[in-house]
Ligand binder design. Structure first.
Ligand code: IMP
Ligand code: MG
Length: 171
């Protein structure tokens, strides 16, 4: 595995995102929706850098099998417990790749009538997008490669690593 972003670089990116989010939502109490499992570390660090009160909930989507490519078919395997209607909702994602999972989640949430909906992701693989999604807060933009660490897995491994790595392709 090749180191991609260090703990310090991640902390700096998270701090930068938290400052922008705190300023943008000043005087409000947004509902942060973490997308499990990958976003759990990012969300935990992000909320602790915010200077505004928030509410936290989680959803779990499944689209990936055990490989590194999306199947394209998205399902909600753990739904929300919070009321979305009239709330300022901020989705917190680990990585946006094709955008398929996120556009599905966005449609789901919009149908519940939030007063606003924005997206925050730690990593954006913008060049790989198959469907358009508007992302407001991006930690790192990368071209390609399969990322692990800082909550993000490959086949349920490596979530515990404190930094981000790229899994090397087999020779
Ligand atoms: P998308 O639907 O293709 O945008 O992919 C969405 C989800 O797939 C992300 O939220 C991740 O959970 C997972 N994913 C995409 N790229 C990677 C990666 O490089 N490493 C680990 N998980 C990934
Ligand atoms: Mg994810």
């Amino acid at each position: 595995m090749v180191p991609l972003f260090s703990e310090d670089e991640i902390a700096e990116a998270v701090g930068r995102l938290a400052a922008r989010i705190s300023a943008d939502y000043e005087g409000r109490r947004p509902l942060l929706i973490g997308v499990l499992k990958g976003a759990f570390v990012f969300l935990a660090d992000l909320v602790r850098q915010l200077s505004i009160p928030v509410e936290v909930d989680f959803v779990r989507l499944s689209s990936y099998g055990s490989g590194t490519e999306t199947s394209g078919e998205v399902k909600v395997t753990k739904g929300l417990e919070s009321e979305v209607r009239g709330r300022d909702v901020l989705i917190v994602e680990d990585i946006i790749d094709t955008g398929l999972s996120l556009s599905f989640l966005v449609q789901e949430l919009l149908s519940k009538g939030p007063s606003s909906l924005r997206i925050c992701t730690l990593v954006d693989k913008k060049a790989r997008r198959q469907v358009e999604v508007e992302v407001h807060y991006v930690g790192f933009e990368i071209e390609e490669g399969f990322i692990v660490g800082y909550g993000i897995d490959y086949d349920e491994r490596y979530r515990e690593l404190p930094a981000l790595y790229v899994v090397e392709k087999a020779p």
